[in-house]
Design a protein. Sequence first.
Length: 778
Amino acid sequence: MNYKKMLKKINDLSFYMKSLTDEELRSQTNVLKREIKQKKSSQQVIIKSFSVVREANRRVLRMYPTDEQILGALVLYDGKIAEIKTGEGKSLISTMPLYLKSLIMGHAFLVTTNDYLAKRDYVRIGKVFEWLGLSVADGTNNFNSGEEFEANKKKKIYSADIIYISCGTLGFDFLINGLAERQENHFISSLDFALLDEVDEILLDNAQQPLIISGAPKVQSNYFHIANTFILLLKMDIDYEFNNSENQVWLTEKGIEKLKNYFSHSNLLDKNYFSLYQHIILALKAHHTLKKNKDYVVENGQVKLLDSKDGRILDGTNLQSGLHQAIEAKEGVECSQENQIISSITLQNLFRTFRQLSGMSGTVKVAEEELIQTYNLAVKRIKTHKKSNRVDHAPQKYITTQYKLNAAIKKIQEIHEMERPLLIIAGSVETSELLSLMLHNLAIPHNLLNAKSSVKESEIIKNAGNLKSVTVSTSMAGRGTDIKLTKESIQKGGLAVVITERLANQRVELQAKGRAGRQGEPGDTFVFESLEDEIIRRYISEKVQTYYDKNKSSEMIIKKRLIKRCFKKAQILSEEQAFRQRVKTVQYDEILKIQKKKVDADRQKILEIENVYEAIEIIKSNIPVALKSYLFDQEQQSDAKFRRFILDYIDYNFKLTKFSRELNSTNKKIEFVQAYFETQINKKREFINDNVAFLKYLKICMLKAIDSSWSKQIDALNQIRFVVQHRAVAQKDPILEFEKEAKNLYDLHRKELSGLLLANVSLSLLSINKKKLTVTFP
Ligand code: ADP
């Protein structure tokens, strides 16, 4: 698409739109719908619809989109990512692509990072769509607590043309929707187009975060404390190795020897003992990769995770696959109960289910390579409406944290005396508290952003542009909210951003700097960093380490080029590592996604079954697989095994002691089971005595079987993923290994599922109380 040319044509037509009455302008929606149906050239449709929405924005929201905003809107419509600086009006820009995509594709979603922002934009902007005759929904979770989840309410939201929603709410809705027990409880109609606000935060920073619906408690392992005791006997680099930059740990030959001796068992690496080995690795990981008060805190005898980006306590979020319990063992608190995962999805997989994606953010061009590779999304940079007046001062590099912070505080004092507003960015919660203390000692009043709610955070950030206002914040806090300057603070020189550490990636750094000098206002940014910054420590070279050791009592600013270079280098290394990690997750996710698709298709088939006969046939068709795999697994095909099968899957009370000679072939056995199953199922049918209810019962039995089999599969895949990482040591590609194992496991669970289907139908206990059927599954 030639954006400039399109802009010119939109400008011409916009002029005409101004002359229309409100009625005429609003009727354009129907005209456009017709034109789209008649397959009028897409260019003409874009030009017209953008001009219509532009003019509607002027009339309804009292804001007229600028040329730059139209260019941004075109990029978004084109299914690309637009880099649009803070304060340039992303919410307004999004109205044009959302409007047209909903006309052409169906449901258009505006996805934000939290419910607060989704609601804010819905309230602020949503009315323009209504004015134009489209339906728009507030998709945030504003059900009162205790209120039952209502499919009907959700249905109404998801049937709107345009939906404002947060990625978390959308994700959980998606999971719940996937577990519906009746066709009419499906509430998500279709995921057509999504425009992601702060797209880098969603698709990069939070992409791997799995959303999880958990169910019943798992059988608890008792290895956690033993493993934790054992690893205290091990020596790093001798018994085990730890790769700091990749966060990987594994036992060496020596370590394995120790393990065997300690547990006096020679075959510990045998499949059946793998669980023990796994707990040892978990314990090592808990000790080496997760730090108390940085990654988690211990509060009232509980281990609580901290958000790595802003240090907030993540209530209700636990690490998966036993890592949480391993930390609990390390901290000597009681191990919490691990729950089964019923369903889960990562944000990246969620968004890859949309027919089309696009996104916007102030700082995303630097991540273009990755976005193209993983999501096939190119990034276009949109010029700011007014030229930037921001001055970025060269970073001041020190040797130690102490001297660095002293210098930063001096600068802060200087700026504060000028009455300019200040935003101070800390790399960690600890530093933010230290800075707060230093400001306190200087009697400088300030806000420390460690609020627990995004509402409060956004309020503070919004007011951080007032005269003399000082805000200390971790890098990501309050993202998505614009800092508005007052007239007086503009006159004093605008916002000054002081960054007090080399941040782990350039985007986060640019995001922080971008707070200053928005919409052509004046502003400055200052950076203070030291060789003790966490990211430098992580990637420090020998040369730099020697320099540090020699000079660590010096207050001087680092001048040596060779040493200065290590700051940028560490940032690049950290970005590359995060990139590799995300690519890996995409690859693992892809394998999971393929399997989930099959499961979803099976589920859908069941939901669509129309009569009892069809349902019974489907269930019966599982008998051969179930029986064959059972008999095969049980070595010899004796009568005893066959009887066991019937007892396990068809009838607890099966009595026949001697089978007739005729049951000597597998086929004969299958026929026998089929007939027997039929008598069993007929008993249930008579008991329920209502065709509709009976069909519902059969369907629920089948869905339960599928869901529980999938839950087992997810659990097994999580373990396998863990295992294959250790095969990397043996020169095997972990992803290929994972794929192979995942396939085997899938086949295995598929076979088990056949049996489970039979058991659910025939072994369930039924009772009817006050006309309500209660089913107890085996
Ligand atoms: P961003 O999300 O890009 O940081 P916002 O959408 O929060 O920006 O918009 C920043 C401010 O600019 C808001 O107060 C908005 O109302 C205002 N604004 C955006 N576009 C226009 C426009 N074309 N005319 C007038 N005000 C605008």
